[in-house]
Design a protein around this ligand. Structure first.
Ligand code: KIV
Ligand code: NA
Length: 274
């Protein structure tokens, strides 16, 4: 299949076809996800949780991110490849962010993602002006989990919603071409999506009104221990099937995720949204 470029992602969004994104941390899964038609792979710093067994994404280093980005990039996928800038390697200055972003681009990323709004606008502009496509990330931003007081829905009251609107506008004005919205009420995510058609919104726990969806691969495969967040669905299980029914193979589960995102069947706002 043809390589997924930024214009291609924009074309999907323009014709109302949701972008299907998943996290990915190694070459084997990269090939499986690519073959299943996933549009974009995110080497997320969620690898701290699902690969390293850390309690949060805070301990993830730039070297860890570069290593996993190289592993995924070696699969030479058609899918667009995004890598997370990890905590502590981009917040201090635009120069610091550029050095870290360059490391991830050299490792094979085509775009970098960073958490934050207005305070990071100058940094986003700095990267974009130097040829690095940027995805911003707003709402529940896991690198700020301690400041946010836990993993909870963001932008619920009017003041918080206004702050989120302003951060999204700042990111769009700074030239971010993609925006992940995590744990945001569906109506607010829909509104931000409509307000910034040039910035592709990708939702996780943000309802069905964004230009695309992303999930953590291990959540989709039902491998994550403990309480499952409401916005997650285990795609290895048929909806409503009994717990002892045989599960779908990985490639089929991923293909179903792609189909359900494209057809607007996932997320189901009655179950997965706030
Ligand atoms: O690290 C990650 O997996 C992410 C997604 C959940 C958006 O940032
Ligand atoms: Na992340």
């Amino acid at each position: 299949r043809p390589t997924v470029s930024l214009p291609r992602l924009r074309e999907l969004a323009a014709r109302g076809e949701p972008v299907a994104m998943l996290t990915c941390y190694d070459a084997t899964f990269a090939k499986v996800l690519d073959a299943a038609g996933v549009d974009a792979l995110l080497v997320g710093d969620s690898l701290g949780n699902v690969i390293q067994g850390q309690p949060s994404t805070l301990p993830v280093s730039l070297a860890h991110m570069a290593y996993h980005t190289e592993c995924v990039a070696r699969a030479q996928t058609a899918a667009w490849l995004i890598a997370d800038l990890p905590f502590g390697c981009y917040e201090a200055s635009a120069l610091q962010a550029f050095d870290a972003a360059a490391t991830l681009m050299r490792a094979g990323a085509r775009m970098v993602k960073l958490e934050g709004g207005g305070a990071l606008a100058e940094t986003v502009r700095f990267l974009v002006d130097r040829g690095i496509p940027v995805c911003a990330h707003l709402g529940l931003t896991p690198q700020r989990v301690h400041a946010l007081g836990g993993f909870r829905v963001q932008g619920r009251d009017e003041a918080a919603a206004d702050a989120l609107r302003a951060d999204a506008a700042a990111m769009a004005a700074a030239g971010a071409t993609m925006l992940v919205l995590e744990l945001v009420p569906a109506a607010l995510a829909r509104e931000i999506t409509a307000a910034h058609p040039q910035m592709l919104t990708i939702g996780i726990g943000a309802g069905a009104g964004t230009a695309g969806q992303v999930l953590v691969l291990h959540d989709l495969l039902g491998l994550t221990a403990g309480r499952r967040p409401r916005f997650v669905r285990d795609f290895t299980r048929e909806p409503g099937s009994s717990a002892d029914a045989p599960g779908l193979p990985i490639s089929a589960a991923v293909a179903r995720y792609v189909q359900d995102v494209k057809a607007g069947r996932f997320p189901d706002e009655r179950i997965h949204a706030f």
